[in-house]
Design a binder for this molecule. Sequence first.
Ligand SMILES: Nc1ncnc2c1ncn2[C@@H]1O[C@H](COP(=O)(O)OP(=O)(O)OP(=O)(O)O)[C@@H](O)[C@H]1O
Length: 239
Amino acid sequence: MNAACFDLADLVLTRAGRTGSPAYRLEIPRLTVWPGARIGLVGESGIGKSTLLDILALIRRPDSLRHFQLSGRDIAQDLTRGRMRRLTRMRRRHISYILQDGGLLPYLSIGANARLARRLARSDQADGIENLAQTLGIASLLGKLPSALSGGQRQRAAVLRGLASGAQVILADEPTAALDSQNAGAAMRLLADLPRDRAVIVSSHQEALLTSCGFVLWRLVAQDRSAVATRVTLKIEAA
Ligand SMILES: Nc1ncnc2c1ncn2[C@@H]1O[C@H](COP(=O)(O)OP(=O)(O)OP(=O)(O)O)[C@@H](O)[C@H]1O
């Protein structure tokens, strides 16, 4: 059997409270993501969806953890010791992170952004960039710079670039937030229909869309909330 894409245990991330806002503590006792998983990360605004995606993308270091495996590799020590070069290499090889604001290189066209992502990942993924762009409704925009696109078009371009890399793990932070319902449906179905050897974790407030596309909901919830601190954990809902 293939290794889990993610397998982690007893992870804690804290943030000190600022004036007027409580301290924040995210506790993940156990989290395992298998190839083929379709996970919708949900929860109220500010609960920590982006924070958890950043942790899984190896961008944000937790305060403590007992165990962290990415695609069968134990990277707990790399994380606790902040070995950024090794973590960057692991991220490039295994993970594609579709950011809320697009994160596209402003001086490259949409098509060139996608081709660069594919080259950097050394991907031999069969699905062409043009086919993906067609499904996302942005095929005619491949020659344009990100600055010439609307917010929703940029968001679809970010999805295109994320998928072009062919990474085994796709993380996407609210990839359909700026889209009308038709384009949101097309983008979410594209993510859901990726080959079954890929794992997809998408944060979103559009729970009905997630479930209609076959995503299992993982909900971040506050276990304790007071004026000084909020303690958050993850609840996995039945499929
Ligand atoms: N860079 C930061 N510095 C300090 N606090 C932060 C930072 N980023 C997020 N937070 C806080 O951490 C908590 C989790 O934020 P996060 O952005 O992960 O939530 P979210 O569930 O993704 O929210 P939304 O649905 O609004 O995008 C919030 O209390 C937020 O205010």
